[in-house]
Design a protein around this ligand. Sequence first.
Ligand code: ATP
Ligand code: MG
Length: 392
Amino acid sequence: MFQSFLIKYAEIGVKGKNRYLFEDALVEQIRFALKKVDGTFDVHKTSGRIYVDAKTEFDFDDVVAALQKVFGISGICPVVFVEDKGFEQLGKDVIDYIDRTYPDKNITFKVQARRARKNYPLDSTEINRELGAVLLEAFPELKVDVHTPQVLLNVEIREKIYIYSRIIPGPGGMPIGTSGKAMLLLSGGIDSPVAGYMISKRGVKLEAVYFHAPPYTSERAKQKVVDLAHYVAAYAGPMRLHVVNFTDIQLYIYEKCPHDELTIIMRRYMMRIAEAIANETDCQGLVTGESIGQVASQTMQSLACTNDVCTMPVYRPLIAFDKQDIVDISEKIDTYETSIQPYEDCCTIFVAKHPVTKPNVNVIRIHEQNLEEKIDDMVKEALESREIIEVE
Ligand code: ATP
Ligand code: MG
């Protein structure tokens, strides 16, 4: 029944010149998302609005599901368009629309006409009144409510006439590509995919980096991270996943540094390497799934030690989230089932029984000096030998 979708987006903060950037990015992201759906679609901007017109048959649910993953969309309105064959015919078309869209007629409604084509014989107030009367006559159970109608029936007079009333919620946020790029430290856990999703929701494009430690971590553990990146990419768009072999660095830290500080020192090297790749790939920030107090390496003191090695801003969107709230989002974005698969993580292999919970950054810096002999070469080697996987 529907031939088109009107795309609603929040306009706050997208005035003036930025508005065009926002709209163009949104159009591009919609086109991209619809490539995965059967059918041909014309995505266009017309008088300050974005429409998705179907040029072929399509599956309604598939299109809506694809659009619900495009950040920047606040609402999706399925539209019926009819030819302008005079006002009497429009009355019949509107009756038909209401009849098919609302099987239960016990509803309140209001007609909201917009006359984009000024040569139409009736003005919008007249259209509202006349169509309201036509509908009440056809369906006596209907009631008009001009203040808070359950159904706001939009009738837009353009070359054709657009009729719509339903608004399916979109994901909100900003279109990918409107806010720069960030490097996501992606592990196989629950948190980091959610962190990536949240940052990309603000329009940020992502690159990702995963540290693995073969043979202590398996190919299967790596595949799990690729799978997670794939789920995040469903929202964030295609991304490159840099897989860094961290084994030698971990073993070297294990050999040279106090064992209760292993995790912190290891985390500092992860951040350093992530930042080096971020610089090479034009990222403006790092993203982690850290949350205060979740584990020993995420106390305020530990976070300060990790942060100490970074010059780029580190974004931690989950910093004040409870675990359950994070789990809820991971279920929504389909990463949860993958995240809980029991594969070893490179952090868990070398963890001490009693890791420091209040590390002192000056002490950590001194202990890191034990690594001076070989660490720079090892970092260089890790960077150079990294594998890059394109994730769709
Ligand atoms: P997650 O559920 O995201 O794995 P976590 O609760 O296991 O988080 P940590 O292991 O302390 O927490 O890791 C904190 C953050 O550091 C992660 O959210 C992630 O951003 C990053 N991180 C940890 N391990 C790795 C790894 N092997 N590769 C890339 N990033 C990692
Ligand atoms: Mg982890």
